[in-house]
Design a protein around this ligand. Structure first.
Ligand SMILES: Cc1ncc(COP(=O)(O)O)c(C=O)c1O
Length: 394
């Protein structure tokens, strides 16, 4: 067997550790961080060949940096994509996908239940440049079909959603979009599951975006993002936009994320197991009105979640019967949990979506979407699960 065949056959845990490796002249075991803005050429001829892509190699760190490339190759291997481009943040990944793939007059169909800044970017920023958006219920396949137009170029969603863990059917949404027009790009924000739990490209999606800030870093240190997909769109169009517009990932952050990917399978699986345990416990508590977690058989899309995710993920939301007063009391009574809206950290975080992440929504909008005053979101981390349960004891 050729070495390249063996590499192609590596399983995810091995790819997380071994893919995209870089070893310099010092034979170091851990990848070096190349903190250089530019690279030197042997001759004017070589400089010209590098600038015109006739010769592969580094030019300038806005678009070619060896440490960033390690991260990109590792994440591409884990997602099963041909190409990956690292970005300065999750939001710049989303902006880059849209500006690389869309023009004035184009139309996007997006799930309504997406991260707040993603919603604002689609609704208020892109609309200023003549790109129109229709928002639909993630779970309503008829609404997806009915919203597609002749000028629709992209569909966008997250699954599971934040904070209610609704599930989008990746295969069905990709199918209906591609039947309408094979050129539509189906974009999935895979930040909540990561490729450890869900690989949307295998279900027909075209492009994956990530906030690397979350589980990829995994320890709440750096802000970054990434785009994964095929050579034609991500390797050429997205990369070309990056070269010109420059929302680039820094080499230091790329190094943190590349090292984060090595332990991501362990972290994400453990956090998901902890979350499952907590969700089961919450479901038995009398003060709890509802638990939203796709790993519970009571979740309305339990079967769909099982068909596309290997585990249910680290985010659990639950509503208390006592409304906001009870929710704030529980949050204020915690001693160990971090009261913050971030997620994907080793540390469990606790949030009251009604008055924080969703505070800018009108009350009726929140209530009709299921964001009740008693709702609490836990983004479960890696502490001992008994300590987490002790801290949220009702
Ligand atoms: C699902 C999701 N997508 C995108 C983002 C944006 O990522 P960033 O904060 O890295 O720009 C976030 C951030 O919380 C998120 O939760």
């Amino acid at each position: 067997m050729e070495k390249s065949d063996k590499v192609r056959n590596y399983r995810p845990a091995t790819l997380a550790v071994r893919s995209g490796q870089l070893r310099g002249s010092e034979q170091e075991h851990s990848e070096p961080i190349y903190t250089t803005s530019s690279f030197v050429f042997d001759s004017a001829e070589q400089a010209a060949a590098r600038f015109s892509y006739e010769e592969d190699g580094n030019v300038y760190s806005r678009f070619t940096n060896p440490t960033v490339r390690v991260f990109e190759q590792r994440l591409a291997a884990l997602e099963g994509g041909e190409a990956c481009v690292g970005t300065a943040s999750g939001m710049s990944a989303m902006l880059t996908i849209c500006l690389a793939g869309l023009s004035a007059g184009d139309h996007i169909v997006s799930s309504r239940s997406i991260f707040g800044a993603s919603y604002v970017l689609l609704d208020q920023v892109l609309s200023k440049y003549g790109i129109n958006v229709s928002f639909v219920d993630l779970r309503d396949l008829d609404a997806w079909s009915e919203s597609l137009r002749s000028n629709t170029k992209m569909v966008f969603f997250e699954t599971p959603t934040n904070p209610l863990t609704e599930i989008g059917d990746i295969e069905a949404i990709s199918d209906l979009a591609h039947k309408h027009n094979p050129d539509i790009k189906v974009v999935v924000d895979n930040c909540f599951c990561t490729p450890v739990l869900q690989r949307p490209l295998e279900f027909g999606a075209d492009v994956i975006m990530h906030s690397a800030t979350k589980f990829i870093d995994g320890q709440g240190r750096c802000v970054g993002g990434a785009i994964v997909g095929d050579e034609e769109f991500v390797g050429n169009k997205v990369f070309g936009f990056m070269r010109t517009a420059g929302p680039s990932m820094s080499p230091f952050n790329a190094w943190v994320f590349a090292k984060g990917l090595e332990t991501m399978p362990l972290r994400v699986n453990q956090a998901s197991d902890n979350a499952m345990h907590i969700a089961q416990w919450l479901a038995e508590q009398g003060e709890v009105e509802a638990v939203h977690y796709p790993g519970l058989e009571t979740h309305p899309q339990y079967d769909l979640a099982r068909s596309q995710q290997s585990k249910a993920g680290a985010v659990v939301s639950f509503a208390l019967k006592g409304g906001q007063a009870a929710a704030w009391k529980l949050i204020n009574n915690t001693e160990m949990l971090s009261i913050t809206a971030n997620l994907g950290d080793t540390r469990t975080t606790i949030t009251h979506p009604y008055t924080t992440t969703h505070a800018r929504w009108a009350d009726e909008q929140k209530l009709s979407a299921g964001i009740s005053t008693g709702l609490i979101r836990l983004a479960v981390g890696l502490e001992d699960v008994s300590d987490i349960l002790d801290d949220i004891s009702l």
